[in-house]
Design a protein around this ligand. Structure first.
Ligand code: GTP
Ligand code: MG
Length: 181
């Protein structure tokens, strides 16, 4: 497999920039500016993209791209989705309607997901247990998708690594299936 490109997406504040910084072996490239949106409870927001790299077992280098979360930057979602080999969708369960977030980002990346694996990481389940992972899995099923859903803390490198490993495992399974057909 040649240097897979994974894209992290999800709503503002879900932790795309944090996750890539937690996992990257190189100092991540960030394009955050001071946030002027009062509905976002954080000081900075991504306006371009995040970039990091991680070397996994066997010296496989994975390129990590993060999208801006805000919908006004949806044009960047399309640009960053090009040639992606997997999608990591981060949700923040403390947001008003995580199910609506799930629908919005899966729809926005629907074309990519036709032949690219996805893994969903749900953050802040400890403080905001609803909707539960089961409820989100039901929503996913109703939308016609079957993807792994994991509880994560994006500040923890091990959690982000698990998301990346899960996406890559699906990718390898698909590539193996392709060789069989
Ligand atoms: N207390 C707490 N903070 C968390 C948790 N998960 C993430 N965060 C914080 O949430 C914030 C996420 O911010 P970013 O990484 O900038 O989010 P983003 O998804 O890149 O946001 P945009 O670029 O605006 O789309 C960071 O300050 C994290 O430290 C959690 O489980 N608990
Ligand atoms: Mg960001």
């Amino acid at each position: 497999m040649t240097e897979p490109k994974l894209v992290f997406t999800g709503p503002p504040g879900a932790g795309k920039t944090t996750a890539i910084a937690a996992l990257s072996d190189i100092p991540p490239i960030v394009t955050d500016v001071r946030n002027s949106d009062a509905s976002l409870a954080k000081t900075h927001t991504t306006v371009g993209m995040d970039y990091g790299e991680v070397k996994l077992a066997g010296d496989e280098r994975v390129r990590l791209f993060g999208t801006p979360g805000q919908e006004r930057f949806a044009f960047m979602w399309r640009i960053l989705a090009r040639n992606a080999m997997g999608l990591v969708l981060l949700l923040d369960n403390s947001r008003a309607d995580p199910r609506a977030d799930l629908r919005l980002y899966l729809q926005a990346f629907g074309e990519l997901l036709r032949d690219t694996p996805c893994v969903i990481g749900v953050g802040r389940l400890d403080t905001h247990p609803e909707p539960s992972l089961d409820a989100l899995a039901d929503e996913l099923e109703q939308l016609g998708w079957v993807f792994p859903l994991l509880a994560v803390d994006v500040r923890q490198r091990e959690d982000v690594l698990l998301l990346v490993d899960t996406a890559l495992a699906q990718l390898e399974a698909r590539q193996w299936q392709d060789t069989q057909s």
